[in-house]
Design a protein around this ligand. Structure first.
Ligand code: C2E
Ligand code: MG
Ligand code: MG
Length: 369
């Protein structure tokens, strides 16, 4: 297969160009004698890149099978003044990762902005490695309420108090934590902190009824020790698992649905509940909905936001509520910001709510219990 790829790339080149395989499935093409005008040279490199992408569009026949593949191409320009090969390759590499991030089968040209993004990210990564031992994480709690407006529980939302940058939002650091694998220890910390809080609530009459939802990343859930670790945490905290709810997103279902179901079933037997977060934004296949041991669907806030002025969003929300009803699942709406949204949801059969209208995520001491 690699030989076939090499052949296809070579076929796109002139005799004066060079192609090499540096390792794995990475090839380097060196184009010489391009225009001395940067934008012309860029256009020439891009045209060649497009030729290569097109060459990969044809399936590759190996033995009896047809293989489909795509290329991701990063371009870095150089001239006589560039004397550092490593820098050049690094820049091409960064551009290639941008092409991959753009959904593959794409070309990206290196620009210094990419360097800035990569540097900021590696700084974040380095800090994130220290965050656990420096005890910089904290859970915020956002109330979840029923149709009478009574608080029935909370969602635990992770916050990172960075020593210099202040509060870093989870949308910024969770993806980094996932890429680096740090999500496993960080997620472990979150579960432990959440269970400790549940134990504290369970010990008091006024709070014993509260449940707590915890977000679990796909990567964390897939980790081989996830179930064992969680059961240990539950036991150490000494809580009834029925008050713990795990929020999974549809991304957990992409890779290995059977494994997902097996793990969920194992945890569910212990009484842990499952909610499907951001429902409607992913694959939303009815097939898996039937197969998963879920307790709850969580309507994504992007639908709730425009419920009052976008007919399509209103229809989607009504459909999700009906779907949950017929599958015997609870339905909770997130991102409820106004009374009008709540009323609309209630009118269509939604009984559980979360959003700024009822309360923002707050530190424990500001939580209404
Ligand atoms: P999510 O689980 O869908 O959480 C809901 C997000 O919506 C939270 O943002 C919350 O602050 C925000 N939100 C709640 N009500 C409203 C509202 O009425 N209007 C608007 N505009 N926003 C509202 P946050 O806390 O920034 O969290 C973002 C995402 O980060 C979460 O989305 C979740 O995917 C992830 N996340 C948070 N904590 C954890 C964690 O402990 N582990 C993992 N793996 N992911 C987490
Ligand atoms: Mg959530
Ligand atoms: Mg959500």
């Amino acid at each position: 297969f690699l030989q076939e790829c090499a052949r296809r790339i070579s076929d796109c080149l002139r005799v004066s160009d060079t192609v090499a395989r540096l390792g794995g499935d990475e090839f380097v093409v060196l184009l010489e004698r391009l225009s001395s005008n940067i934008s012309e040279a860029t256009a020439q490199a891009k045209a060649l890149g497009e030729k290569v992408l097109a060459a990969f569009a044809e399936p590759c026949r190996l033995a009896e099978h047809e293989h489909y593949t795509t290329a991701s191409i990063g371009v870095a320009l150089f001239d006589e003044s560039s004397d550092n090969v490593n820098t050049l390759l690094k820049e091409a590499d960064m551009a290639m990762y941008q092409a991959k991030a753009a959904g593959r089968n794409a070309i990206r040209i290196f620009d210094p902005g990419m360097q800035a993004v990569v540097s900021a990210r590696s700084a974040l990564e380095a800090d994130l490695r220290l965050a656990l031992q420096e005890n910089e994480f904290e859970l915020f709690y956002q109330p979840q309420v029923n149709q009478h407006g009574e608080v029935i529980g909370a969602e635990a939302l992770l916050r990172w108090q960075h020593p210099l940058r202040g509060m870093v939002a989870p949308l910024e650091f969770i993806p980094v934590a996932e890429d680096t694998g740090l999500i496993v220890p960080i997620g472990g910390w979150t579960l432990k902190a959440a269970c400790k809080q549940l134990a504290a609530w369970a010990a008091k009459r006024e709070t014993a009824h509260l449940s707590l939802s915890v977000n679990v990343s796909a990567k964390q859930f897939r980790h081989s020790s996830f179930v064992g670790h969680l059961l240990d945490v539950l036991e150490a905290a000494g809580i009834a698992p029925g008050r713990l709810e795990l929020e999974l997103t549809e991304s957990v279902l992409i890779d290995d649905m059977e494994m997902t179901i097996a793990k969920m079933t194992q945890l569910k037997q212990r009484g842990i509940r499952f909610s499907l977060d951001d429902f409607g934004t992913g694959y939303s296949s009815l097939y898996y909905l039937k197969g998963l041991p879920l307790d709850q669907l969580k309507i994504d806030q992007s639908f709730v936001r425009d419920i009052m002025n976008d007919q399509n969003d209103a229809t989607i929300v009504k459909t999700i509520i009906a779907l949950g009803g017929s599958l015997g699942l609870d339905v909770i709406a997130e991102g409820v910001e106004t009374a009008a949204q709540r009323d609309f949801l209630m009118q269509h059969g939604c009984r559980l709510f979360q959003g700024f209208f009822f309360g923002r995520p707050v530190p424990l001491d500001a939580f209404p219990y």
